[in-house]
Design a protein around this ligand. Structure first.
Ligand SMILES: Nc1ncnc2c1ncn2[C@@H]1O[C@H](COP(=O)(O)OP(=O)(O)OP(=O)(O)O)[C@@H](O)[C@H]1O
Length: 884
């Protein structure tokens, strides 16, 4: 309400006070049955929600106003939050009927994009993270992530690259950081996030320690393994502070904080996450890997799988454990099927139990919790029974399944059927329990003697009223007489005007309508009181029993969270088994060695997208650190070089996620880092200063190598002129080969066939090409990787395919050959000057033809030194069109 209001009413005053407490938030102010918004808030709300904006006179000033009925909150709130609004919900804190003076109001929740329990805001298959970033000293940053809807709370610490990767992997819905770091944040992480800034004092060590220890009710954080992450701890403290500030005080389900261990997961630089399209497609309509791998049937499973995909493991044991279980499910199809049948009936256990912890679960949801929990015991039994390995298990396959069975036993052991809670809910909660806990109809009969008695009274009372109606119809002869109820008069007798004269004198007239009159009698009032009293008591008793049920469930928060974790793991592994069966994947052999040996590898995504009738051409690929560390792959555009690079990385990563892989066999020596660089023109659309970016990023790869790195270089250097490009690519390949400490396995796709020379000079560099066949001057793509380099000017081939006039193709070949003759000398300027005279007949113009001038001007503007072959071709084409 306008601050300029001259005569501030008590309601104005209350509104302004509350509004001032939540700067930047859109205030939904409960007035009667409506949530109202005023002024700027009203303008924004009406735009986002498409609701009517009205104006009213407020103490002499005009003010905008927009509102919606309170029961539509669940429909409108998500729309506001998704539009990036922070929404403060201000409720009436007392019953208006009992209020002395103005009704007490206060903000009961501040819903922000990153902090929400609302099912309409949340995506069931994705986590909704709130992140906090703390900028420390020495280029180190702290990061913490919380999904309040599931209770998952993580802390991490690292350099900007690491935090960027984590922000990309977890894609939080909202990011908090310190006001003073605004510029830095945007520079490092972009401006795509919904962000909120806090004051400097929230980012102190002591402040965080105090917030966290108070929340966890501990005196130290040692038990959580986060003591080595002081910056991560600061950001975690900021998150707890923010929750309290946004009125989220019931957060008991956030029961621990976990260290996101940098050294547990494969390091993927941000280009790799993007370029391999693990969870997001690069272009709209594209298919990310997750879409192929995700056949999960529970929300928890879907959320976990997403994490597994961006966080592949690098230790053998846990990977092997996942792979063995997938194998077991694949081999024992009936077990897999039975497991799936149970899993499918489990709802969002994780979010349901969080709602119990914050006491926001509805009666209907408690029923859903019960239904989900009912599946736990049978799953436990199923896994337990399969875990018993027959005594005659001596064959190798049996030994294998013995290993897996012990894994199943481990899962079975960790499941808690929560029988006591189940029995209690089963005994007390009605199957058709309603959504609201304020309406009654939640509790079964037989639970509480008084409740049953009251039900009886209420029921009988209503029955009695019907009898009164019948009796009075007979007594008065008014056939249309009826007993009805409204909030103002309670129960009454209604008589239409036609029968007014038949009304007995002892009835008391209460209301006159157009066609009828309404009366009450002492007898009606007596029953009314009985019924209403009974109903009030019923609601009170039902609420008490429901609350007790909720409290009983609270005791099981930890056990149910554990169940949810195991269920999500089983679901994710089951999903791997489903994909493996469906797409014919094979179990990879994971080794501590340095070999990467893939037989008939395929690209998991592209193979699913080929037009009907076409099949993906599989390829073998071998890399190690002794004989074949670097492969230079040449081949024309569209040959399939990028696909090969990506499929290799995908196979490695899928294996390390614990998934089977698209190949006929694969031995994967564990990889700990995957780097990708794609030549600048491939991501031109992002509008980055291409070549510079390309070079700084390449430099950062080279500075972060390890012995187990897998490096993908796709047309590196093509953002500059051919000569620079070749030289840079050459130098990079050489560096990777001769690095004193690390023999990073590298795939190098390039147009520059000059790089084939490297194989002659360096023992661990090998040339391969993606074969094409020329038939009748047309290129047929064979998609087969063959040993040896290729010596074509590929750009010119593509120009040919694209339908470029033959004359230009020939001329381009001529220029190319000339340039190639001596391309690595320092005399390149000289060479360009010595370019053989071209044979276009410029003299076709008349001396004064204006096109001669235009042609001259265009030619003089060309900087031959920086022209790539393709650009040269395009230029030539343009000039030729002018001539024609
Ligand atoms: N092994 C394969 N089997 C079938 N189709 C393939 C195969 N490899 C690639 N393709 C198809 O060919 C298309 C082009 O492949 P890709 O982008 O890898 O070529 P490229 O050599 O990297 O080309 P450029 O140099 O233009 O980037 C892919 O989109 C895919 O549809």
């Amino acid at each position: 309400m306008a601050k300029s209001a001259k005569r501030e009413t008590p309601l104005n005053k209350q509104y302004n006070q509350i509004k001032a407490k939540y700067p930047g938030a859109l205030l939904l102010f409960r007035v009667g049955d409506f949530y109202e918004t005023f002024g700027e808030d009203a303008i924004r709300a009406s735009k986002i929600l498409g609701i009517v904006l009205t104006r009213r006179n407020n103490g002499g000033a005009h003010e905008e106003l927009a509102g919606f009925p309170h029961h539509s909150l669940d429909t409108y709130l998500p729309k506001l939050v998704r539009a990036g609004e922070r929404v403060a919900i201000c409720d009436q804190l007392e019953n208006p009927a009992e209020a002395k003076g103005i009704v007490k109001r206060g903000v009961t929740e501040l819903v922000t994009p990153g902090v929400s329990y609302n099912d309409n805001v949340l995506d069931v298959r994705r986590n909704n993270y709130l992140a906090a970033v703390h900028f420390g000293k020495d280029d180190q940053l702290g990061l913490s992530l919380l999904d309040i809807s599931t209770g998952e709370f993580l802390a991490a610490q690292g350099n900007a690259g690491y935090v960027d990767k984590m922000l990309q992997s977890f894609s939080p819905a909202e990011v908090l950081f310190c006001k003073k770091n605004k510029k830095e944040f945007v520079e490092l992480f972009g401006d795509k996030f919904h962000t909120f800034t806090l004051e400097d004092w929230c980012f102190g060590d002591d402040f965080a320690f105090e917030k966290l220890t108070t929340h966890f009710r501990t005196t130290t954080l040692k038990g959580y393994g986060v003591e080595l992450l002081p910056l991560g701890v600061v950001s975690a403290g900021v998150i707890i502070h923010y929750l309290l500030e946004t009125e989220h005080k019931e957060i008991g389900h956030v029961s621990r904080i976990t260290r996101l261990e940098e050294d547990k997961y494969v390091w993927l630089d941000r280009f790799t996450i993007r370029n391999l399209e693990l969870v997001f497609p690069q272009q709209e309509g594209g298919v990310p890997l997750i879409q192929i791998l995700d056949h999960t049937v529970t929300p928890m499973g879907a959320r976990l799988l997403r994490k597994w995909v961006v966080l592949p493991l690098k230790e053998k044991t846990p990977i092997q454990e996942r792979l063995d279980t997938v194998e077991l499910l694949l081999q024992q199809e009936d077990l897999h099927e039975q497991l799936l049948n149970h899993l499918k009936q489990i709802g969002d256990l994780e979010r349901l139990i969080s709602k119990v912890a914050v006491r926001r679960i509805s009666p209907r949801e408690l029923g859903q919790l019960k239904k989900s929990l009912l599946q736990i015991a049978p799953i436990k039994e199923l896994l337990g029974s399969r875990a018993i390995v027959p005594a005659h298990a001596v064959e190798e396959t049996d030994i294998k399944s013995k290993k897996s069975s012990s894994v199943l036993r481990k899962y079975a052991d960790q499941l808690n059927p929560c029988s006591f809670l189940l029995e209690k809910i089963e005994a007390e909660l009605r199957e058709d329990a309603p959504i609201l806990s304020t309406q009654g109809g939640m509790i079964k009969s037989g639970v509480d003697a008084e409740l049953d008695e009251l039900h009886e009274i209420a029921f009988k009372g209503k029955d009695y009223l019907l009898k009164v109606q019948q009796r009075e119809i007979t007594n008065t002869g008014i056939s249309s007489l009826k007993v009805a109820f409204n909030k103002v008069f309670g129960y009454y007798l209604e008589v239409s005007n036609a029968h007014k004269n038949k009304v007995p004198s002892n009835w008391i007239r209460k209301q006159t309508l157009v066609n009828a009159e309404r009366y009450i009698t002492p007898e009606l009032k007596e029953y009314e009181e009985k019924i209403l009293n009974a109903e009030d008591r019923i609601f009170a008793i039902e609420s008490r029993i429901f609350n007790d049920l909720m409290t009983a469930a609270t005791e099981y928060v930890a056990a149910i969270q554990q169940n949810a974790r195991i269920v999500s793991v089983l679901d994710a592994l089951g999903s791997f088994a489903t994909v493996a069966r469906k797409n014919n994947y094979v179990k990879p052999v994971i080794t501590e060695g340095k070999e990467l040996d893939i037989k008939d590898g395929r690209h998991a995504v592209i193979e699913q997208q080929l037009p009907l009738g076409e099949s993906y051409v599989p390829n073998d690929l071998f890399l190690d650190d002794e004989t074949q560390q670097i492969i230079i792959i040449t081949g024309p555009n569209m040959a399939g070089k990028s696909a090969l690079l990506r499929q290799t990385a995908l196979i490695v990563l899928m294996a390390q996620m614990g998934s089977f892989v698209p190949a006929s066999a694969a031995t994967i020596g564990l990889v700990d880092k995957v780097f990708t660089r794609v030549g600048a023109s491939d991501n031109l659309s992002r509008g980055e200063s291409t070549f510079m970016v390309e070079m700084t990023e390449t430099a950062s790869i080279l500075n972060n190598l390890s012995d187990r790195s897998l490096v993908l270089m796709d047309e590196i250097g093509r953002g500059t002129s051919t000569y620079d490009g070749v030289s840079i690519a050459w130098a990079i390949a050489e560096y990777l080969h001769t690095h004193p400490n690390f023999k990073a396995k590298t795939l190098f796709a390039t147009h520059y066939h000059e790089l084939n020379q490297l194989a002659e000079d360096f023992p661990r560099i090998r040339n391969f090409n993606v074969a094409v066949k020329e038939v009748d001057n047309k290129i047929i793509f064979l998609r087969k990787l063959k040993p040896g380099g290729s010596a074509h000017s590929f750009g010119i081939h593509v120009a040919q395919i694209a339908g470029m006039p033959q004359l230009i193709v020939l001329r381009a070949s001529e220029i190319m050959q000339h340039l190639e003759k001596d391309h690595l000398t320092e005399k390149r300027d000289q060479k360009v000057k010595e370019m053989p005279k071209n044979n276009f007949q410029l003299s076709i113009f008349e001396p004064n033809d204006p096109r001669t001038e235009e042609l001259k001007e265009k030619l003089s503007l060309i900087d031959v030194n920086t022209l790539s072959p393709i650009e040269a071709l395009l230029k030539l084409n343009e000039l030729k069109r002018l001539v024609e």
